[in-house]
Design a protein around this ligand. Structure first.
Ligand SMILES: Cc1cc2nc3c(=O)[nH]c(=O)nc-3n(C[C@H](O)[C@H](O)[C@H](O)COP(=O)(O)OP(=O)(O)OC[C@H]3O[C@@H](n4cnc5c(N)ncnc54)[C@H](O)[C@@H]3O)c2cc1C
Length: 343
């Protein structure tokens, strides 16, 4: 089946920042039977931009060439393995709806990642994470199409080079189209809630009246949803891409030097001996929380979230992000790295 190609397609409603930009050519991939046609277009154009829910991109210009929105659907649950429940979901499934569907089907394991916007297919790209869990902990394999060779490959999780907000896919943009992701979730009898994140732990104890470690998957998801809804601005109300910067990771020596100058520095020890700093705290200390920069700005409650106050261009957001990076670097000597993909 052929793709239906539109020209000069507005992407304003297809990115959560709400930036008005156009795709020169645009098509929605809805069925695997369209893959041969997709490959022919990709080869003719030298590639394409693969779009999911547009919740981790910053459009800085109209996109030249072909943009493919991935809308493949389907979820299959296989309970026949002793090691866990294998769930394969097509790339276009909405992430949050997928997490809630699994809870309805008594498949635990992804509840800490409830309410993250976007699609299943994008979840391995930056190894999404929240409230003490990274998706790499549940991914068994990622099915990809290499449009240049025409091969469909199953990349094992160990091939994906997952790291904090990082994977092999981030380093080879546009090389593979993610078709589906297979997760290995614990059997309910073996599942343990992940409640190390203090705010989540405390809310669960308050809401359930028992120990957080006895919470059910749905209770964990409900608590995560409640915390996120309170803390993070809703992109339907004000354009944003969630956390705009990654939390920087520093060596023990760097952390020690920073602590001497700033005893209240928010820092988290990592398993490998490094320290993760709270980017939001660094930005807040530079006085950026709530500041307005034309049509762009920093959210009034979340220094880590840059917002489109209405009519901002990608260039407005880039200029704001660079001013923040420069201030944080001058004050703390720390380089902030943006989380969204700049296009
Ligand atoms: C309010 C808000 C809160 C957020 N909270 C979190 C959070 O807690 N944790 C977190 O990790 N992230 C968070 N994010 C970021 C974002 O939701 C995730 O990164 C999400 O996985 C992006 O999914 P998407 O489908 O929107 O991807 P898009 O923004 O469409 O694309 C992102 C990247 O993935 C690539 N891509 C997408 N689909 C495919 C595919 N099928 N094949 C190949 N490449 C593909 C794109 O080319 C692009 O490079 C948040 C964003 C918002 C707006």
């Amino acid at each position: 089946m052929k793709l239906s190609i539109e020209t000069a397609k507005s992407l304003g409603a297809l990115n959560t920042f709400g930036i008005n930009a156009k795709a020169e050519r645009f098509a929605v991939l809805q069925q695997r039977s369209q893959l041969d046609d997709l490959m022919a277009h990709c080869r003719a154009e030298g590639g394409a931009f693969f779009l999911g829910g547009g919740s981790n991109i910053l459009l800085t210009r109209d996109l030249p060439g072909l943009t493919i929105q991935v809308d493949l659907r389907g979820v299959a649950i296989d309970r026949t393995h002793a090691a866990g429940i294998r769930v394969t979901a097509a790339a276009g499934e909405n992430w949050h709806a997928f997490v809630m569907h699994l809870i309805d089907q008594q498949v635990p394991g992804l509840e800490n990642l409830a309410l993250i916007p976007g699609t299943v297919g994008a979840s391995p790209i930056q190894n999404i994470g929240a409230y003490g869990l990274e998706v790499m902990e549940r991914i068994a394999s990622v099915e990809v199409l290499d449009w240049q060779s025409g091969e469909i490959l199953q990349l094992a999780a160990s091939d994906c080079r997952f790291a904090y907000r990082d994977s092999i896919f981030k380093h080879h943009p546009g090389h593979w189209l993610v078709l589906s992701v297979t997760f290995l979730c614990p059997h309910p009898a073996e599942w343990q809630p992940v409640v190390g994140y203090k705010e989540l732990h405390d809310m669960l104890e308050r809401e359930t009246g028992g120990p957080a470690t006895s919470a059910s998957p749905r209770q964990v998801a409900d608590a995560v949803i409640a915390i996120r809804s309170r803390k993070l601005p809703d992109p339907r109300k004000i354009g944003n891409a969630g956390s705009f910067f990654k939390n920087p990771v520093v060596t023990p020596l760097e952390c020690e030097a920073l602590l001497q100058a700033h005893p209240d520095l928010v820092h988290y020890p990592q398993a490998d001996g490094t320290f993760k700093l709270a980017a939001g705290w660094l930005i807040d200390r530079c006085g950026w929380k709530g500041r307005i920069a034309g049509a762009a700005g920093v959210h009034e409650n979340q220094a880590l979230v840059l917002v489109n106050r209405g009519g901002a261009s990608g260039a407005d957001v880039v200029a704001l992000s660079q001013a923040i990076q420069s201030d944080v670097h001058d004050r703390f000597g720390v380089t902030l790295e943006p989380e969204p993909v700049f296009l």
